[in-house]
Design a protein around this ligand. Structure first.
Ligand code: SF4
Ligand code: SF4
Length: 300
């Protein structure tokens, strides 16, 4: 089983559309949507939810009014300003769940044991079936953090399912950016596919993403989306990647069919036979060819 994580450095580069087509092209895939802050792969892959689970990224403190004697100890101790004064009320203190960092100090030191410290439900994650294979995806609550932990969980579950079902690939739709959730989506993965566009911001984001994969020593490949909107920049970006030891596995042309396929909720390679679909098939074939070469090399 081979795990391929697709990342882009920022949103809006066509990453999810690419992932949908790779999932359609891959034989025996499982798919993990790790873009948990803005999950939209389900819009194309139409998963049927089989299991739903709560996700807890940490604990939250809450004062139990009947036990609290309003001594103010928690107010003094909380370094995050999460304990607020409840003027002229009983109890005289309350905890703001948005500010609470879940450190547990107030609960530990409360003389009356009046602070409950329970796992907070920050979102849900799902095991679903799609017409391509199993899919693990998630929904993080609004303004919730700890998405790195949820990303790791989604990936882990998809890998377990793929192993149990003897599947060939896990295709991971990674989160945007280069922060904690992206690190959680690439650490320990077999291969990274970076998708970028020939724009100034694409060039900038690519540099950051390449730094990340090189730091973690993950074999990475590059695919240029909408390469024909700026051929000179496409060449520049390809050279950047090649100089950093990252092979280019294909260029995808700009085509309005990408948006039309999304509206029809279909992976592009199923929506059209236009040259843009051939571009995508070439990306997949070249990627697998390169991966096979690397694997043969590592076994020799
Ligand atoms: S430390 Fe405990 S008893 Fe004192 S104000 Fe806070 S919750 Fe109430
Ligand atoms: S758990 Fe920590 S952050 Fe939350 S209210 Fe208590 S002391 Fe403050």
């Amino acid at each position: 089983m081979i795990e391929i994580t697709v990342i882009s450095g920022k949103g809006g580069t066509g990453k999810t559309s690419l992932v949908a087509s790779l999932t359609s092209l891959a034989p025996k895939p499982a798919v993990a949507d790790c873009d948990v802050d803005a999950a939209d792969l389900h819009l194309v892959l139409d998963p049927q939810v089989k299991e739903s689970h709560d996700f807890s990224g940490g604990k939250l403190a809450e004062i139990i009014p009947a036990k609290c004697n309003s001594c103010g100890k928690c107010y003094e101790l909380c370094r995050f300003g999460a304990v607020i004064k409840n003027e002229n009320k009983k109890p005289a203190y309350a905890i703001d769940p948005i500010s609470c960092e879940g450190c547990g100090v107030c609960s530990y030191f409360c003389p009356e044991k009046a602070i409950a410290f329970e796992p907070a439900i920050n979102g849900q994650w799902y095991i679903s079936e799609t017409r391509y294979g199993p899919m693990v995806h998630a929904k993080l609550g609004i303004a919730e953090e700890n998405s790195g932990k949820l990303v790791a969980l989604v990936r882990d579950q998809a890998k377990k399912i793929a192993e149990n079902k003897n599947l060939s690939y896990v295709i991971v739709d990674g989160p945007p950016g280069i922060g904690c959730p992206v690190i959680a989506s690439v650490t320990g993965t077999d291969y990274v596919l970076i998708v970028t566009e020939p724009t100034l911001s694409g060039e900038h984001d690519l540099a950051r993403v390449m730094e990340l994969v090189n730091y973690f020593k993950i074999p990475a490949f590059l695919c240029l989306n909408k390469h024909d909107i700026n051929p000179a920049m496409s060449d520049k970006i390809e050279n950047l990647a090649l100089n950093a030891g990252i092979k280019v596995v294909g260029r995808i042309r700009y085509d309005r069919a990408v948006t039309e396929a999304q509206i029809k909720k279909l992976p592009l390679v199923e929506f059209t036979d236009a040259p843009v679909a051939t571009d995508l098939k070439n990306v997949w074939n070249t990627l697998i060819h390169e991966i096979n070469l690397l694997q043969k090399g590592s076994h020799n």
